[in-house]
Write a protein that binds this ligand. Sequence first.
Ligand code: CUA
Length: 314
Amino acid sequence: MTEKTGEGTLQSVLHPAGWDATVISQFAWVMFGAGTLIFVAVMALLALSLRRHERPVRPALWIAGAGVAFPIVVLSALLVWSTWRSGQLAPQSSSQALTISITAKMWWWDVRYRDPESGREIATANEIHVPVGQSVYLGLNAADVIHSLWVPSLAGKRDMIPGRVTGLTIRADKPGIYRGQCAEYCGAQHARMALQVIALPPDEFKAWLARQAQPAVAPASSLQERGRAVFLEQRCQSCHTIRGVAEKAHLGPDLTHVGNRKQIGAGVLRTHEGTLAGWIADPQAVKPGVFMPAASGLDGESLRALAAYLAHLE
Ligand code: CUA
């Protein structure tokens, strides 16, 4: 894990780090192993039949044995085993201790928690923090078109369909950053609709959640002060909420703690002042088709101030 760069582990179906992913990867290996054995055996028989001309077994017996009986036995055994093993996948139940609501939008993930203290909603984006070793229920919905949540190291895919709430239980067994990706084509930037599941020890998760529940920190310099003013002058609050500053809009990601997030643009850029400024100046150049308009008419100094202010919102 490269915690510092925020890139985390690679997205991989070969490195399960949670219960469901372990079961699914076992399915894949058993099916792949059985398929390979059968393929090798059939090829060996084929080679043998090409070299020898006498027939030690009658053709009718071959057809009944290898063509009918063998597939019935093998496929039935795999069916029984996989049905039994599927029953051990995590139950999809919203009665888990922690429920996180996730709405897929073109092309980012709106992630919401319930503050255990005040009961208020805490919104963040593109990063799902979870406590290690605990089953977490993700309530899934989509705002516009069909998307699909897939974090291969932790669980299987689940479609996210407008107007319908689906759910997925995940459990991360070791701390780490697990990359996920939208797995259903949803438009021009489908490929750049990534997310990260960040699994933290339970204490750190609690601390993170408590911090997220706080409103945005105040500017710490005159530059950041100017940045907050620019945010309001430019009417960024028509789409974005910064709790404690302006909290009416939910079109774009909540920016209350944007500086704390590892990446912006759903996995497109690492978060720091420079990338924030570049993104604000021309999001279309970074992610063509994205709904955020370019900040045309914003002078360099104001742009720098706005980026400094947002980066400060940890
Ligand atoms: Cu969202 Cu593909």
